[in-house]
Write a protein that binds this ligand. Sequence first.
Ligand code: 0X9
Ligand code: ZN
Length: 507
Amino acid sequence: MKSRGLFLFLGVLFLLSVLFSVQAVFAADSKAKDETPQIIKVYVANRLKVAELANMGLDIAEVRKNYVILVVRRSDVAEIEKRGFKCRVVNEDANSLLVPYRAGSLKKYHTYEQVEKILKDYAANNPDICALEVIGKSFEGRPIYAINITGKASGKDASKKPSCLFMGLHHSREWISAEVPLALVVELVEKYAKDANIKKLVDDHDIWIVPVASPDGLIYSQTKSTMWRKNRRLNSDKSYGVDLNRNYGYQWGNVGASDYPGSDTYHGTKPFSEFTSQAIKALAEREKFRTSVSFHSYSELVLYPFGYGYDIPCPDTKLLSELAAGMAKFSGYTPQNSADLYPAMGDTDDWLYGSNGTLAFTIELGSQFVPNDAEVDKICADNVKSCLYLIEKSGTVHATNHPEFSSPTQRAIMTYLYDADVSKGKDAGAKVQLVNMLNPANDSNGKVFEEFMNEVSKLDVNAKKLLAPVMVEVKNIYMQNIINKIGNTRQVIRDVEKIQAELQEIE
Ligand code: 0X9
Ligand code: ZN
């Protein structure tokens, strides 16, 4: 009797455990389905609707006149519909789009290891014009390579030549974005000895090329999850990845970017939290690039800054749009302002341009994330021509705020004016920086003050109004110095009078 009871008990236990595990399998299955990236079409009436989607932290692949294409999880669809958008699923399993790669087609695409070997071979075989540098390591510890191509034979000092930067693969699934910079390396090195035009471009410019900014991302997309966008950082909530094109430090924030680690546009814990953006930052601050291109896919666009908000005032808009149009001629792409695609904070170009005076562009290659083999050569050839055009232009044009053509004071004023105008001074950093520069404790001979007042005198009344709080603060510091008998009192009084005169003019 006792043993029958025991059997019954064990039997029930067994049945229960089977039931639970079946349920667990179903739960895991539907969770996996929820996580499967889908491609959806969402209808939009105007650009504010596009911005609304971007602000939800969604991954926008394509923007058309009255609809956008998004890569989303199933759970996102309900959220989008709740806000009144009309959605249509285009593809239930976006990863299936790239199945051909595993099946052996898409042979045109290089793996990270192949890119690494090509760069090493070129550097080893062409030491007169190539040098390979490891500019950083990825989260999983892989080298991030930059190849520097410049003709040392010409005898010119490379540090004085106009420098240009070309980058690929900030986003994992955008494989074509590594192919174009790689094709540029091949073009420059292979034709150096045969083509007088190429020789001149290489001799006269300091060219830097980073074909794979996110090695872990490329490997993960090619071997595990083809639609993966972000890098492979393990976030604190156990989710993976930071969107590298939201992690740069000029106007870093949550417009068109997300605070939520699971989002496809997660901007990271702070500006430059990622090894890739840190590596590009260090390289850019050292090399002071005049021009740059960051390749992405897709949409056949040549984008130019600013991208963090609509209609941001920018002193170089005309030059940027002319250069974008010049590049686009070779590919038939559309030149346009970045934010007009959708506003997004923390991209590579805004930082390169805003903080470094680099005329920075994003080229969205092709008309799908991974174009077919048959399209690759033409995309590369056309866009290599755009790069050659930009390299040539780098010697003759420059951004207003490029460090070789502007002083720290001019740049601090410019940064402050943008900030005061756009974020209405919410971010006090630029103001603190400017006031500090003008503080006699840091400006003992008054040179910064002199230059500052000279710049102020050239500005229009609106800009002067924006600068008034800085002038008032500096005036107060000077008054304190007079009271405390710090510095040359007569000179300080004269300076206070100068500020007073400007302030009166504004009133
Ligand atoms: O969203 C991005 O990072 C880029 N597009 S992609 O489909 N390759 O992801 C475009 C960034 C353009 N910059 C801004 N809109 N600020
Ligand atoms: Zn991209």
